[in-house]
Write a protein that binds this ligand. Structure first.
Ligand code: URA
Length: 434
């Protein structure tokens, strides 16, 4: 068997065999297949797609390319949660303490920012002292002791995905359903949870811009998860605008504290309640989603979710005074308004641009080794369906570098479409795929 044959087979729309897929993943991981050959195969997959069997084979081969975590020392049903990426998506930071406060064990590995999206681990790193680089035994000990731990993804999980993702990022092959599905599910399968809840984002701030493609990705991942023996459910959420009010690492942690304190924006609260309700169901804590949503809301109202977050911060060496004094988390020097170019109703927001602007002012990385400025970000004042007056602020840029911030103004102004006729607010939850 050789890689050239495999590339030609996919180029000619043939179904790859299990052996061919295993060969590719193994030999690429060992460095025996060149990046230009792997890129060529990725592009053939991007253009010609894959069957369900091929996607499952690719997922399993990638999940076996690194460590497979054993969480059996943690009692109870472990439900992992994963988002395909969004703008202002602080759901993990809110929902995990909420479900943990109801007795669901939370052992969650999360990622860093990718492209124009910010990652949970970068956000948590903005809390003074908080450690996300835990050893596996400390991670497991935390869950056994307080019911929750969040850490950065171990370097050794799904090693082939790491290499392939970096290659996809620079070869125009990210937005492929088989490649995204296998990338996400290989990591989730290797991370050792019993069940998987997926948040598949859809819209101008997501990899999947249309509902048809988001649904297809969700259905593919649900099938793959179930075929791999892990019950999987996907919630398709609307990412046509940032979620909540803030985008940026420290700003999102402060907003998460607000949500857990009962002061959250309705869109974030709704998404957290729905995802939390499905996590409770999967963990065997109740089948009725409406009742479960009430249980989650109740943990916000009675402060138990916030207490659990405080316990998590203390346990992972963070300064838990931030819960009562969020201003202890770093704050940017400047707050620069971006103004509406016309009067009317906001009909569309190019959410990706808002994520990209956060990266441009230092809140994300252009290169893996770049340092992040945790304090910076964007505050979203106007959402789809809101009325605006010409010259009124629609966004605030929170920045430490005034020059870089001002350079984003026209880019951000042009990210809003304002029309004269009335526009409806958007729906947050688009579909549930079980
Ligand atoms: N997130 C992933 O982990 N992989 C992808 O391919 C896209 C989003």
């Amino acid at each position: 068997m050789n890689i050239n044959e495999i590339i030609k087979a996919k180029r000619d729309c043939q179904e790859l065999t299990t052996e061919q897929i295993e060969f590719f993943i193994k030999e690429y991981s060992y460095g025996n297949i060149a990046d230009y050959q792997a890129s060529s195969l990725l592009m053939a997959i991007y253009l010609n797609g894959m069957s369900e069997k091929e996607i499952l084979d690719l997922t399993i081969a990638m999940s076996k390319s690194g460590d497979i975590l054993d969480l059996s020392q943690i009692e109870g049903i472990k439900v992992d949660k994963h988002s395909t990426g969004g703008i202002g998506d602080k759901v993990t930071i809110v929902v995990m303490p909420l479900v943990a406060s109801l007795g669901v064990p939370v052992a969650k590995m999360s990622g860093r920012g990718l492209g124009y999206t910010q990652g949970t681990i970068d956000k948590l790193d903005s809390i003074p002292g908080f450690r996300t680089n835990l050893e596996l035994d400390e991670f497991i000990r935390n869950v056994r002791k307080i019911g929750i731990s969040l850490m950065g993804q171990s370097e050794n999980i799904a090693l082939a995905d790491k290499k392939l993702y970096a290659l996809r990022d620079v070869t125009g092959t990210v937005e492929s359903i088989p490649l995204i599905a296998s990338s996400v599910m290989s990591k989730k399968i290797a991370a050792g949870a019993d069940k998987i809840l997926l948040e598949v984002t859809c819209g101008s701030g997501a990899f999947m811009e249309t509902e048809i493609r988001a649904r297809k990705l969700a259905e593919t991942m649900v099938k793959i998860g179930n075929m791999a023996g892990k019950e999987t459910i996907a919630v398709v959420t609307n990412m046509n605008q940032p979620l909540g009010r803030f985008c940026g690492n420290a700003l999102e942690v402060k907003e998460a504290i607000d949500v857990l304190s009962g002061k959250g924006e309705p869109d974030v609260v709704e998404v957290c309640c729905v995802l939390g309700a499905y996590m409770l169901k999967m963990a065997g804590k109740g089948d009725n989603i409406v009742t479960n949503m009430r249980l989650i809301q109740n943990q916000i109202d009675n402060g138990e979710g916030l207490n659990k977050f405080k316990e998590l911060i203390q346990r992972q060496w963070g300064d838990s005074r931030v819960i009562d004094e969020p201003e202890m988390i770093t704050t940017a020097k400047y707050k620069i308004p971006v103004e509406a170019k016309a009067s009317g109703y906001v009909s569309a927001i190019e959410a990706k641009n808002i994520g990209q602007a956060v990266v441009n002012i230092g809140g994300g990385r252009f290169k893996k080794e770049d340092e992040i400025d945790y304090a910076v970000g964007i505050e979203v004042l106007k959402k789809i369906g809101d009325t605006v007056e010409k010259g009124e602020p629609i966004l605030y840029i929170h920045a430490n570098d005034e020059f870089k911030a001002k350079a984003q103004i026209s880019f951000l102004e042009n990210s809003y479409t304002i029309v004269p006729e009335k526009v409806e607010k958007i729906k947050e939850i688009l579909d549930i795929i079980e």
